[in-house]
Design a protein around this ligand. Structure first.
Ligand code: NAD
Ligand code: ISE
Length: 339
């Protein structure tokens, strides 16, 4: 069976995922595209022989759509995901699942009422080979009990529209998700402090920021978010355990020796850094839809958890650095909990 995917939001990442579904992943085809910019929807749909539809509701209800991909702006995600769940169709939603914890919970409740998981959230780092190797080592006891995690998330620059809160909501949210998964532990508090700001930023922005998280199991995490670091897109993660440590590898790159120097290139954006992770993410999602089984990737609950934890980080930032307790509901049985 070929999975017929309808795409809501034909912007930057929507177009990249359409290319991926069309040229990289087998067993999928894009049959419908919608965007509030109808011209853009028509142009992108024409490129892949899909139909442009006027609204997300039309697309979800379309008989030529088996599964839905939501790549529109964050504040619109919840509505499209809720409509897809109501229609009983599998739905992949780029992060965030929703921009408020309340809206995330509405999705969780809708899925619980449906009785099985239909939603996967686009936290692609869980599909990155390096993070997967780290998890294997930690799970196998290769470093003993984890104690500390040191992370850095650096972007070369960000546009003027990027705000101080987005350091948590848009950027650190990837670490928040991947650390919960990596450690199989829940984040219970967040604190955000700010060192001297870089001069190479828009004046309104607090950059860099240092975030501290604590897990229920007592692991402490420090995360540097520096979104105007200039030199490249650089993701670092090192977990220290009782018996050793495990470090995320840098992406493979040739070493160049020339002019008396030895070096390797640094990635310049998330698209290149995580290209293989995105491909794997979509292969595994399409395989689950094809087999009519629940997706194994990040769930609606993970989307909720990430939003509640980023909310705590934002409250800490706004308060000038208070330690903020994460106020998370008990995890329902559908997502491996007991509630
Ligand atoms: P973008 O602005 O380039 O594209 C969004 C598109 O959605 C636009 O074409 C816009 O017209 C359209 N749109 C907005 N509301 C709509 C609606 N209700 N119905 C239909 N179309 C609508 O944005 P982007 O950079 O492609 O980001 C899209 C989403 O992907 C965001 O939620 C972002 O956080 C996420 N994202 C994830 C990653 C990642 O690393 N996983 C990276 C970048 C972006
Ligand atoms: C962007 O939205 C992403 O998701 C990238 O992975 C992240 O590195 C960047 O900081 C965000 O703005």
């Amino acid at each position: 069976m070929t999975v017929r995917v309808g795409v809501i939001g034909a912007g930057m990442i929507g177009q990249d995922h359409i290319r991926r579904l069309t040229e990289v992943v087998t067993g999928a085809t894009v049959t419908a595209v919608t965007d509030i910019d109808a011209e853009r929807a028509a142009e992108v749909a024409a490129r892949v022989g899909a139909t442009a539809l006027p609204t997300g509701t039309d697309l979800i209800d379309s008989p030529v759509v088996d599964a839905v991909l939501v790549t529109s702006w964050g504040p619109t995600h919840a509505e499209h995901v809720l409509n897809a769940v109501a229609a009983g169709k599998p739905v992949f939603c780029e992060k965030p699942l929703a921009t408020s914890a309340e809206d995330c919970l509405r999705v969780v409740e809708a899925e619980r009422a449906h009785g099985r998981r239909l939603v996967q959230v686009g936290f692609m780092r869980r599909f990155d080979a390096g993070y997967r190797q780290m998890k294997e080592v930690i799970t196998a006891g290769g470093i003993g009990t984890p104690l500390i995690v040191h992370c850095a998330h650096r972007n070369p620059t960000v546009p003027e529209a990027y705000t101080s809160r987005m350091a948590a909501q848009d950027t650190a949210v990837h670490e928040i998700d991947v650390l919960r998964w990596l450690l199989d532990d829940e984040i219970v508090s967040a604190q955000v402090v700010t060192p001297r700001a870089t001069s190479k930023r828009f004046a309104h922005l607090k950059d860099p920021q240092i975030m501290y998280f604590e897990t229920a199991g007592g692991v402490r995490v420090d995360l540097e978010v520096f979104v105007n670091c200039q030199y490249g897109y650089d993701i670092q993660c090192e977990t220290v355990g009782e018996d050793g440590l495990v470090r995320l590898p840098d992406p493979a790159a040739v070493g160049v020796r020339a002019a008396g120097r030895h070096g390797t290139a640094v990635q310049q954006d998330w698209k290149g850094r995580f290209v293989d992770a995105f491909d794997t993410e979509f292969r595994e999602w399409i395989a689950s839809v094809e087999a009519a089984v629940e997706p194994t990737g990040p769930s609606a609950w993970d989307g909720y958890a990430a939003t509640v934890i980023t909310d705590a980080a934002v409250r800490s930032l706004d308060s000038g650095g208070a330690v903020v307790t994460v106020d998370m509901k008990p995890r329902p049985a559908l997502y491996g909990g007991t509630a």
